[in-house]
Design a protein around this ligand. Structure first.
Ligand code: ADA
Length: 565
C-alpha cells in the first residue's frame, strides 16, 4: 500500500503490488512490483523503457494511484493512454471513468533514459533506476469523490487550530454535497459544495482544537482526521489523513519545535539498497530507521529528492525528523538554464508539498543541493523556487545545502576568505543556512578551522543570526578494506576522519545540527563517475547491504554522547 494506514473506509481498494509481466532489454519475465528493473537478473545496468503489464479486475470509476514511477511514466488501460508523468520521486493519480465489468489490461511504461526531456534527472552521484519503484493502488469511487485532504496545525492566540483543505471531484455528473470532518470522535461541518460535471471544488476550514494532542520526536502522537462527502444524506466517499500538532519556528540561531530547541543529529540517506535498488520494501525502510535510532540519530535528510510516502509515514510514526528535499543535485549553470529546469522544478516542489504538507516529521524544506548558487544568471531561479515553497507552505523554514563560500551576495563581490575561490550568493533567501563540507577527505584544512571560516563567511553574506546546519560531512571507505596504515578507502581512515569532523562540529554550539554523509553506500550512475570505487558512493557508515563499517561505532559513540548533553 502507498500509506501505512487505511486512507478510506468506504472505497474498494486493491493493492497493485505483486507479480506483473515485465518486458525490458529484450527480456520477457515477471517482476514483483514495486520493482526496480535493475533488480531483475540480466537487467542490472538497464537503461531504457521497461514495460510492466498486468490484468486488473474492476468496474465503474477506477482511480489508479502511483506513488512513484522512475523516471517518467506512461500509463495505458486496455491500450489507451490514460496518464503521463515526469519525475521519479512524486506520485500521480488518474481516474478511468465508467469502465466495464471484467478484466482490463493495465500497462505502465517506465523510462529511465537520460535525455533532453528531463532537466533534473541526469547522470549523477546516485542511480536513476527504472520501473514502478513505489506502491500503486486501484480504488473504485462513485460519481462524487474526494481527491485530497490536507491538514496543517497552527497555534492562534495560544490555542491549537487545524487548517483543513479538501478537494471534491465529479467523475461525470454535477452534484451538490455536504462535507464534514471527524476528529477525536467529534464531527465538524465544512459546509456544502457544488461540483460541476467532471469538475473539482475545494473547501477549507480552520477548526479550533483546544484539546489537540501535541506531537514531538519523543512522543510522536498522531491525530487522524476523516473527511466525509455526503450526497442526499448518504455518505458517498471518505478520505483519512493524519497530522501531528507541532509548530516549527526559527528563533535567532535556533530551530524550535513547539518552543523546544532542536539539536539535529541526522543522516543523509539515498533510497538505495543492494537487493532492491530504490524500491525498498517496508521492512527494509523500517530497518533503516531502526539503524538511525540505534546510532543515536534523530533526523534524516531525503537527499536529493522527495522520498517514498511509506518511509515518511514511518518517520511520522517513530518521531524521526525529516529534511525533505526537492529533486536536484549538483546541477550547474547550463543545466539550470535548460528550458525545462524551471517547469520541472516547480512541478516537483508543488507535488512534494501537496503530498507531504500534513506531515509532522517534515520540519524543513530543502532545494537545489549544490547547484549554481554562485551564478548571477541563476539567482532569479533560486528566488522564484524558494518563494514558491513559502507560498505553498508558510509553516516550515526553507534551506538549501550549499558548498561554495567565498564572495559576497550576488552583485557585490567581496574578497573571499583565504583558501576560498568562489562564492554562493543565495544565502539571504533562506531561513536556515546549510553547508556541505568534507574536511579531511577532499582537502586537509582541519575541520574546526574550515567550519569557522565558513560560518564567518555565512554571517557576512546573508546568514547573520540564522540557524546553521552542517548538511553533509563524511569520508569514504570500502566495506571490508582494513588497513592499520590508515589508507584512504580503509574503514580505519573513515572512522578517524569522522571522529575529527564530528568532534569539531558537535563542540561548536552555534551549529544547530549535522547530517552525516551518508547512512549507507549507494550506487552511482556509471555514466557520471565510473572513477568512484565500485561505481558506488562509498561514504556510507554501512554498506549497501546494511553491514556496519568501523565508523558505525564511532558515530554511535559521538551521537549518543551528544544526545545526552
Ligand atoms: C556532495 C553532494 C552529495 C555527494 C557528496 C560526495 O556534497 O551533495 O550528493 O555527492 O558531495 O560524496 O562527494
Amino acid at each position: 500500500m502507498i500509506r501505512t494506514f487505511a486512507t478510506s473506509t468506504l472505497r474498494r481498494t486493491t493493492d497493485l503490488s505483486g507479480l506483473w509481466r515485465l518486458k525490458a532489454g529484450g527480456r520477457s519475465t515477471f517482476a514483483f512490483v514495486p520493482c526496480c528493473t535493475e533488480s531483475v537478473p540480466g537487467l542490472e545496468s538497464f537503461r531504457g523503457v521497461s514495460v510492466y503489464e498486468r490484468t486488473v479486475r474492476c468496474a465503474g470509476n477506477a482511480l489508479f494511484s502511483f506513488a512513484g514511477v522512475s523516471r517518467s511514466a506512461k500509463v495505458f488501460l486496455d491500450g489507451v493512454l490514460i496518464a503521463a508523468h515526469e519525475g521519479a520521486y512524486t506520485g500521480f493519480s488518474v481516474l478511468a471513468p465508467k469502465i466495464g465489468e471484467g478484466g482490463h489490461t493495465l500497462r505502465v511504461e517506465a523510462d529511465n533514459r537520460f535525455g533532453d526531456d528531463s532537466a533534473l534527472s541526469v547522470p549523477n552521484d546516485y542511480m536513476t533506476y527504472g520501473g514502478i519503484t513505489r506502491a500503486c493502488v486501484l480504488e473504485t469511487v462513485g460519481n462524487a469523490f474526494l481527491s485530497l485532504l490536507r491538514l496543517v496545525p497552527q497555534k492562534k492566540d495560544g490555542v491549537w487550530h487545524l487548517s483543513v483543505r479538501v478537494q471534491a471531484h465529479s467523475a461525470g455528473e454535477a452534484y451538490t454535497a455536504s462535507l464534514r470532518c471527524e476528529i477525536y470522535g467529534r464531527a465538524f461541518s465544512l459546509g456544502v459544495v457544488s461540483v460541476s460535471a467532471g469538475g473539482m471544488t475545494e473547501a477549507a476550514a480552520l477548526i479550533p482544537l483546544p484539546d489537540a494532542l501535541p506531537w514531538s520526536p519523543e512522543r510522536p502522537e498522531l491525530t487522524y482526521v476523516r473527511c466525509v462527502l455526503s450526497v442526499d444524506g448518504a455518505d458517498a466517499d471518505d478520505l483519512i489523513e493524519r497530522t501531528g500538532f507541532r509548530e516549527i519556528t526559527v528563533c535567532g540561531r535556533d530551530i524550535l519545535l513547539n518552543g523546544k530547541r532542536l539539536r539535529l543529529l541526522g543522516f543523509n540517506r539515498h533510497e538505495d539498497h543492494a537487493l532492491f535498488g530504490c524500491a525498498l520494501p517496508p521492512a527494509a525502510m523500517a530497518e533503516d530507521l531502526q539503524i538511525i535510532r540505534d546510532l543515536g540519530g534523530n533526523a534524516v535528510r531525503t537527499s536529493h529528492y522527495p522520498n517514498d510516502p511509506y518511509f515518511l509515514d514511518l518517520c511520522d510514526e517513530t518521531g524521526i525528523l525529516v529534511w525533505e528535499e526537492a529533486h536536484a543535485r549538483g546541477l550547474g549553470e547550463e543545466r539550470m538554464l535548460h528550458p525545462l529546469f524551471l517547469p520541472q522544478s516547480r512541478a516537483c516542489i508543488r507535488e512534494m508539498i501537496e503530498r507531504d504538507v500534513s506531515r509532522p516529521a517534515v520540519f524543513i524544506w530543502g532545494l537545489l543541493n549544490e547547484c549554481a548558487a554562485d551564478s548571477v544568471e541563476c539567482f532569479p531561479i533560486y528566488r522564484e523556487l524558494t518563494g514558491l515553497i513559502r507560498a505553498l507552505d508558510p509553516s516550515r523554514p526553507v534551506t538549501c545545502a550549499t558548498c561554495r563560500p567565498g564572495s559576497g551576495a550576488v552583485g557585490e563581490k567581496k574578497d573571499p576568505p583565504p583558501g576560498f575561490s568562489d562564492g554562493d550568493g543565495t544565502l539571504p533567501l533562506y531561513d536556515v543556512i546549510s553547508f556541505n563540507c568534507y574536511p579531511g577527505w577532499y582537502h586537509d584544512t582541519p575541520c574546526g578551522e574550515y567550519l569557522g571560516g565558513v560560518r564567518r563567511w555565512a554571517e557576512e553574506n546573508g546568514g547573520r543570526d540564522k540557524p546553521f546546519i552542517v548538511s553533509e560531512i563524511g569520508a569514504g571507505a570500502v566495506y571490508g578494506y582494513r588497513s592499520r596504515k590508515g589508507d584512504k578507502w580503509s574503514e580505519e581512515r573513515q572512522a578517524e576522519i569522522l571522529r575529527e569532523q564530528l568532534t569539531a562540529v558537535l563542540s561548536d554550539r552555534a551549529v544547530c545540527g549535522v547530517f552525516l554523509w551518508q547512512l549507507c553506500d549507494c550506487r552511482v550512475s556509471g555514466e557520471w563517475f565510473a572513477a568512484r570505487p565500485r561505481t558506488m558512493n562509498n561514504k556510507g557508515i554501512l554498506d549497501e547491504y546494511r553491514r556496519p563499517k568501523a565508523a558505525y561505532d564511532t558515530v554511535r559513540e559521538l551521537f549518543l554522547a551528544a544526545g545526552r548533553e
